[in-house]
Each structure stands twice: as C-alpha cells, then as structure tokens.
Write a protein of this length. Structure first.
Length: 317
C-alpha cells in the first residue's frame, strides 16, 4: 500500500513540474556555477533558482548555489562538500569540463545524480555513470547561425569589397567547447556559402567584456579598414568590441559587421538599433527549466537521457 501511495505521489509530482512537489520530501539540491561574474550564467542561475522555488515548489533553504570563481580547485571543494552533505542531486556548471570524470566517479559512488549544464563534458565521461546527463545547446548551431547572418548581408560579409571576408575572432575560454565550436562553425558557414575567408586575428577573451574591448581595439589598430567582420563567441565580448569600434571611428553595419551570441537584453536592443549586426539566442530559460526538470526526475528515481538539447535561435534586426 505504501508503495502505491508513493507511486501516486510521484505521478502527481510529474504533473506539477517535470517531477517535484512539496508533497514528497523536498530534495536537497547543490548547484555549482563556474563563476557568478558572468553575464549569461547570471541570467541562467537566477532563472534556475526562480523556477525550482516558484514553479517546482522546492523550498529555497534546500537549494545551495556556489560560486566557483573560475577556479576548479575551489569548485572541487564545493562539490566535495555537497557530496559530504549528502545532497539528493547536483546541477554542475564546471569550471573545467576536463574535471567531469573525477566528479562523476565520486558522485556515482555516493549515488548522487549529476546534471551538467553549460559546459559539455566529453561523452566518454558521461558514459561512466547512468545517473548523469548533460543539458545544453549545441554550440555548432550557434556558430553556424553567426556565419549565416554574415553570409546573408547584402555584400555577403565583404563590406570593404576586396573579394574576401576578412575577420577577427574573439574567443571565449578555449577549454570550453562552446568557444571551440563557435569559432569553427561560424567560419565553416561562410565557407559553405561559397565565400572566401581570411583570418586576420584570433585571440581568447575568456567571455569577458573588458578583454573583448581590449582585443578588438588591438585588432582595429593593427588591421584597420581591412577588417570586415568581428566575430565574438559571446555578447559580453561583443559589447566590449562595440565600444572599441566606436572609439576607432568605425560604424557597425556601414563599414564593419559585429556578431555575438547569447542575446542579452542590452544586445537585443542594439541589434534592433543597428549597432550590432546580429546575435544568437542562448536560451537560458529553456536550458535552466530542462536542467531543473531533469534534476527532479533523477531525484524521483526516473532514468535520465544522456543528453537534453535546447535550440539556439538566430537574432537579426
Ligand atoms: C556560453 C555563453 C557565454 C558564457 C559561457 C560560460 O554558453 O555564451 O556567455 O556564459 O557559456 O561557460
């Protein structure tokens, strides 16, 4: 009888929010974010906590959110503390994806499911346990969309008319697959459209606005009017690059193109105003809800898929 009641409860929960409800023992959830000082991950984290508490009914005191401060050693301590505290599930945005294997081994031994978000571990690491999954967006798609936006401009990205698309690439943290794929697939999309491309400059800006501005300023002073396009792996760096473009007396969409990824509100407004050529919506709402739903499913003992994908969306004027 008890089992039946538990089953009925679990079903009720599914109807409420993917799975959880206050009627079952509320789960203890450990969330580790690679660094709070990241525009996009701040939106993601806030929506994740809002959804878990307001929509899924998990009491706020059951949720612990830690700032890894971009330091894997510090974050490993935080994860170890979650395990020692016997949380029911962890939602992890690793500082370094390469630490996934050791995290999975520890969590699996303790029987704690792990939902990885934002920084995709390699499949062979996910294969180490049945109670782990990755929730994210396929970064190849975001890169492809950036390249397509450029290829779809009236002069097909060759704004200075010299016959090639001469570009600057400002990368995120290159350990991160988002940075690798966006860098690769934005250019691949241009080539697939039959365009000739020429890389003038490529450097890491680590997702950071100030670094984006500095790198764009350096590229602009080095290559001046030769530059047709500045690709940034995210919007924060595109905001920085925009400032450098203004400072260099250049005008976006008139003599240079500028691309980001994330679709931060500020950038969305700038795309509308013609100050940034385009961006790609990195759906933090869809991703955070999917991650929370997966976490609550795992707590209820449901089997997880290995991957949950959320689409990017192309954003132009
Ligand atoms: C990317 C996002 C970046 C940054 C990064 C952190 O998906 O576009 O802005 O937040 O994740 O890993």
């Amino acid at each position: 009888m008890k089992k039946i009641i538990a089953l009925v409860m679990a079903l009720l929960v599914v109807m409420l929010c993917g799975v959880a409800s206050a009627e079952t023992a509320a789960p203890k959830i450990g969330i580790a974010i690679y660094q709070f000082a990241d525009n996009f991950m701040t939106l993601y984290r806030e929506e994740l906590v809002r959804y878990l508490t307001e929509d899924c009914g998990v009491p706020a005191e059951n949720i612990t959110v830690m700032d890894g401060k971009n330091d894997q050693a510090e974050q490993t301590n935080q994860i170890d503390a979650f395990i020692a505290d016997n949380v029911d599930v962890m939602i992890l945005n690793l500082v370094q994806s390469s630490s996934a294997a050791s995290v999975i081994q520890k969590a699996d031994a303790a029987g704690i499911p792990v939902i990885f978000i934002n920084r995709e571990p390699v499949k062979e690491d996910l294969d180490l346990s049945e109670i782990v999954c990755y929730v994210g967006a396929d970064a190849r798609q975001s890169g492809t969309f950036q390249g397509e936006i450029v290829a779809e401009t009236e002069n097909k990205g060759d704004i200075n008319g010299n016959g090639t698309v001469d570009y600057v690439m400002i990368m995120g943290d290159p350990e991160n697959i988002d940075a690798q794929y966006r860098t690769e697939y934005s250019i691949k999309a241009l080539e697939d459209a039959g365009l000739t491309v020429n890389k003038l400059f490529e450097q890491r800006g680590d997702w950071d606005q100030t670094k984006g501005q500095e790198l764009a300023a350096t590229a602009l002073s080095q290559y001046g009017n030769d530059i047709d396009v500045i690709f940034c792996n995210n919007d924060a760096m595109a905001l920085g690059a925009y400032q450098a473009i203004v400072d260099a007396g250049r005008v976006v969409n008139e003599d240079i193109y500028l691309l980001g990824v994330d679709c931060l509100d500020e950038v969305k407004a700038m795309v509308e105003a013609g100050q940034i050529t385009g961006t790609v919506l990195n759906d933090h709402v869809g991703q955070s809800h999917t991650a929370a739903d997966a976490a609550l499913k795992a707590v209820a003992g449901e089997k997880l898929e290995q991957y949950y994908w959320v689409d990017y969306v192309k954003v132009t004027k």
